[in-house]
Design a binder for this molecule. Structure first.
Ligand SMILES: N[C@@H](CCC(=O)N[C@@H](CS)C(=O)NCC(=O)O)C(=O)O
Length: 201
């Protein structure tokens, strides 16, 4: 299999962490691309009509895409238990929360990087951060016992989301006022799969 990837992408990181955690990293060749909303890499376009990464090219079936689909596929392929039936809706909601944080956080980066400077809309950027901030508050108050529970995809998604905030939005100091979440992230960051996938440009 081939994973169309970039080492900076937090959605790709979810997949790479899943590969490592389910002992499948050696089954995948990493194909590195540079792709943006304005300039799609041909490998990304060939594997995903939306031109986004991650996309997983399989020898025995069509390419699949969207990190949620790929992570679930890899979990099933390995016979792993990252989506336990008895906590399924919580796990999926937590994963959606991590992905939602990322959608806002990535779009803030695109707004500054891809738009001409005179067109950057600061109010819109602040509104995206408002979504991130609200989600972080809820994680810090309502989700801590789940985060400290058995390892699952919800935790991977939140770990990758928080790692991306450190990578691209460090100046916003997401830890401020969120001691519980910060402490969880510190411990979670010591996992081998997380240490091996630290984002780089
Ligand atoms: N929902 C998608 C989001 C993927 C995504 O937005 N990836 C970014 C890189 S972090 C991308 O490919 N951007 C290029 C584009 O928007 O065309 C997923 O979970 O895989």
């Amino acid at each position: 299999m081939q994973l169309i990837f970039s080492p900076a992408s937090p959605f790709v990181r979810k997949v790479r962490v899943t590969l490592i955690e389910t002992n499948q990293a050696d089954d995948v060749e990493l194909v590195r691309v540079a792709t943006t909303a304005l300039n799609t890499a041909p490998e990304a376009a060939a594997a995903n009509p939306l031109g986004k990464i991650p996309a997983l090219v399989r020898p025995d079936g069509p390419a699949i895409y969207d990190s949620r689909v790929i992570c679930r596929y890899l979990t099933a392929r390995a016979g792993a238990d990252l989506y336990p039936e008895d906590r399924l809706w919580d796990v999926l909601t937590l994963e959606a929360t991590g992905d939602g944080i990322l959608e806002s956080a990535v779009s803030m980066v695109y707004e500054k990087r891809l738009r001409p400077a005179e067109m950057v809309f600061d109010e819109w950027i602040d509104s995206q951060w408002g979504k991130v901030s609200g989600a972080l508050d809820v994680l810090n108050t309502r989700w801590m016992s789940h985060l400290y529970g058995p390892f699952d995809m919800g935790q991977i998604a939140i770990g990758c989301a928080l790692g991306y905030l450190d990578f691209r939005h460090d100046e916003r100091d997401w830890r401020y006022g969120r001691d519980a979440l910060a402490a969880w992230h510190k411990a979670f960051s010591e996992r081998k799969s997380i240490m091996e996938t630290i984002p780089t440009d």
